[in-house]
Design a protein around this ligand. Structure first.
Ligand SMILES: O=P(O)(O)O[C@H]1O[C@H](CO)[C@@H](O)[C@H]1O
Ligand SMILES: O=c1cc[nH]c(=O)[nH]1
Length: 284
């Protein structure tokens, strides 16, 4: 077994993993993730008990119980660069023998459900709706550094051609097993994961977009009867790394913005809370 050196997998003095600041027995095998550290307590307030809490940087963890199940609520901050750290360290907690610094023989599968916010691209996806990402396309370059996944890339390739991009977006899929648990209270869609909130999502505040008519183009994009439904900043990274590491991942989006009619939810806290309550009842 190859020993992973101290410089490659970093542990803190107390043996916890570097950024997440966690030991293996401090997480459940069902993890609800949020971008905003303040949203962790909005999830964990619904637990029957909170038995452990820690935080480091933007990574806040609350672990407790709902019925007999040990569950965690964790924040990741924004963007797929954070998701790379989060997924790698979370996976190391269950699949690496941290004492001996070797990969364990039998790998463990985690269930990870993102409870995030998002903007819809079309008029028929109203603000305050809840949307499950069946697939995601990443506009970031993260997955150029990892092995290829097995996911079909035809949609990502068609989008690259449509936008005239000089880099390759990547396509990845959510967990069918988790998705099958949810009913018609959730819309389903294809999510575009952007490496930013403003220009990479077609917003022009003071600077204009290098890709002419970017927003119009992604709204009009269609391939094989499929369209992009919504924009956010993490899902494609979660799905691609989830597949490579062998975890089940699903991204649930509270639609706060509607880019087709220029509206934003006047009560985002209520929409986010409804997403949390519905998701806990379905996935636990
Ligand atoms: O609300 P969260 O979960 O952070 O998700 C969305 O909101 C952030 C941008 O405001 C990005 O992280 C995006 O993915
Ligand atoms: O439009 C939006 C709303 C929330 N989060 C995003 O990334 N985009």
């Amino acid at each position: 077994m190859k020993r992973i050196p101290e410089s490659e997998l970093i542990l803190n003095e107390d043996g916890s993993i570097y950024h997440l600041h966690l030991l293996p027995d401090q997480i459940g095998d069902l993890i609800f993730t949020v971008g905003d550290p303040d949203r962790v307590s909005q999830v964990s307030k619904h637990f029957d008990s909170i038995d452990f809490q820690t935080s480091k940087r933007e990574f806040v963890t609350h672990t407790g119980r709902i019925g007999k199940r040990t569950v965690s609520a964790m924040s990741t901050g924004m963007g797929t660069d954070n998701i790379e750290i989060f997924m790698t360290e979370l996976d190391a907690l269950v699949n690496i023998d941290l004492e001996n610094r070797v990969v364990k023989e039998n790998s463990k599968k985690l269930q990870i459900v993102r409870l995030g916010t998002s903007g819809a691209l079309h008029q028929d996806i109203p603000i305050r709706s809840l949307l499950i990402s069946e697939k995601a396309i990443g506009l970031d370059t993260l997955m150029n550094f990892y092995p290829e996944t097995g996911a079909d890339q035809s949609l990502a390739l068609a989008l690259r051609n449509e936008l005239g991009l000089n880099f390759s977006p990547y396509q990845a899929e959510g967990s069918l097993a988790l998705s099958a648990k949810a009913g018609s209270e959730f819309l389903r869609g294809i999510t575009l994961t952007a490496p930013g909130f403003y220009s990479p999502q077609g917003r022009e505040v003071r600077l204009s977009s290098r890709v002419k008519n970017f927003l119009n183009k992604i709204q009009a994009f269609e391939y094989g009867g499929q369209r992009i439904t919504n924009l956010e900043m993490e899902t494609a990274g979660y799905y691609a790394l989830g597949e490579l590491l062998g975890h089940e991942v699903l991204s649930v989006n509270a639609i706060l913005a509607n880019r087709a009619n220029g509206t934003f939810d006047s009560n985002p806290a209520e929409t986010i809370d409804r997403m949390i309550v519905e998701s806990l009842s379905i996935f636990v």
